[in-house]
Design a protein around this ligand. Structure first.
Ligand SMILES: Cc1ncc(COP(=O)(O)O)c(C=O)c1O
Length: 434
């Protein structure tokens, strides 16, 4: 039997350090919201493989759909010999995407690939080149995506030159004193000082920033962006790779704002653990690029499409949108309770089950505590709970339990988290007796 230590040694020798790991724990198998490592230790999973497993690890229905597909075929390449499941899943996504305008969908494999294609489609349709993105935003690790990312360290530094004609504006974060007006004023300033709005193909935004720190775009921002885009002939791309597929209590987080985006990117939880991503957009826009301009060898694989169709059924049958809200309420109230005892928790925030805490020193928003975040990830890991950090300053912990998690496991996970806080976080003075 391999040990975690052996595997870690082999990993360090065989795999480049650029691929990071938060815990030196190696997974053997997983079921719903639990993972067992190679040494047989059990972990409660509050990471869901970075929001991929809204329907849980190896959901029996996803497993059955993949098994059935394996009996038929695994690959033909949709561009060479197309198959029905790709079309059926496109039809479903076109139906559920927000807004009345008819939609079309293309499938890819990763979130970054979906974002790349969204930008290509927007450029082709508008015959414009510039793209506006947000500080703190994350869209992937390809060159176009790192150019769109609003964070330098790790993602951009040393990998340049970046894609030209990409501009960044602040994302509203009430905790840091950045308002919707500030963001809109920055775009107006960009139009005065940097780029003619008539050259802007698209504005891309995550309705809830993921890697950036789980900051939700206020509905007002999304509505004002929609109006601005309409007035300037700019396309609004909403990146739902992390926030989509029920995570926030709606199928798409942008539904909280009640607007219709021009293009939506999805990936992660779309196919319950099988790599699959999609660009869903207004049909006229999606049809702009010519035949052969879009696609990919593995794009929209039969296994991914079979799993994707099943994921939609599971979300409906198991009422996972409602469940996301229940989980979110539980998490937020539990974390707010902990905030009273642990002043390092500067803010508790969440939309549905996309919940995070921001860790600070001296109760000051401008004093991020990245070291405490790291200590908590390790302390929870030792206790058998997997959590994930994020944030522009690396001081945010995000909670992404599968939406299929039981109440018992959810509570057990938060008990472990509380124990870890007791170990590594300073307590409020009133509770220390000093
Ligand atoms: C909002 C968002 N967009 C795009 C991506 C990139 O997805 P992938 O890692 O599958 O390329 C991510 C990944 O975390 C993401 O959170």
């Amino acid at each position: 039997m391999s040990s975690n230590a052996d595997l870690h040694k082999r990993r360090q020798a065989a795999v480049p350090r650029g691929v990071s790991n938060s815990l030196a724990v190696y997974a053997e198998r997983a079921v719903n919201a639990e993972i067992w490592d190679v040494e047989g230790k059990r972990y409660i999973d509050f990471a869901s493989g970075i929001s991929v497993l809204n329907t849980g690890h190896v959901h029996p229905k996803v497993k059955a759909a993949i098994a059935l597909q394996l009996e038929k075929l695994t690959h033909t390449c949709f561009q060479v010999t197309p198959y029905e499941s790709y079309i059926a899943l496109a039809e479903e996504l076109n139906k559920i995407a927000p807004g009345p305008t008819p939609k079309k969908t293309i499938f890819l494999t990763t979130g970054a690939e979906a974002v790349e294609n969204a930008v290509k489609i927007a450029r082709y349709h508008t015959k414009r080149t510039a793209v506006i993105a947000f500080a703190g935003g994350f869209h992937g690790r390809t060159i176009a995506c790192v150019s769109l990312n609003g964070k330098v360290a790790s993602y951009k530094a040393g990998f340049g030159p970046m894609l030209p004609d990409v501009y960044h504006v602040p994302f509203p974060t009430a905790f840091h004193g950045v308002s919707v007006d500030d963001s809109m004023a920055a775009i107006e300033f960009l139009f005065k000082a940097e780029v003619d709005p008539q050259r802007v193909a698209a504005i891309i935004i995550e309705p809830v920033q993921g890697e950036g720190g789980f900051y939700a775009a206020p509905p007002e921002l999304l509505r004002r962006l929609r109006a601005l885009c309409d007035s300037q002939g700019i396309l609004l791309i909403v990146d739902e790779v992390q926030s989509g597929f029920g995570r926030t209590g709606k199928m798409f987080a942008v539904e909280h704002a009640g607007i219709e985006p021009d293009i939506i990117t999805v990936a992660k939880s779309v196919a319950g653990g099988v790599p699959l991503s999609a660009v869903i957009g207004k049909a006229e826009i999606m049809d702009a690029p010519p035949s052969g301009g879009l696609g990919g060898t593995y794009a929209g694989s039969p296994l991914g499409c079979a799993a994707g169709l099943t994921v939609l059924d599971i979300i409906r049958e198991e009422r996972l949108l409602e469940r996301a809200n229940q989980i979110g309420h539980f998490m937020v109230s539990r974390l707010k309770g902990l905030q009273v005892r642990f002043p390092s928790i500067g803010e508790v925030r969440g939309v549905g089950a996309m919940v995070a805490i921001e860790l600070v020193k001296n109760q000051r928003a401008d004093m991020p505590d990245g070291a405490l975040k790291e200590a908590l990830v390790q302390a929870t890991g030792r206790r058998g709970l997997i959590i994930l950090g994020c944030g522009l300053y690396g001081n945010v912990i995000r909670f992404l339990a599968p939406l299929t998690i039981s109440d018992a496991l959810l509570k057990e996970g938060f008990n472990l988290f509380e124990q870890a806080l007791n170990e590594v976080a300073p307590q409020a003075l009133a509770n220390t007796g000093t």
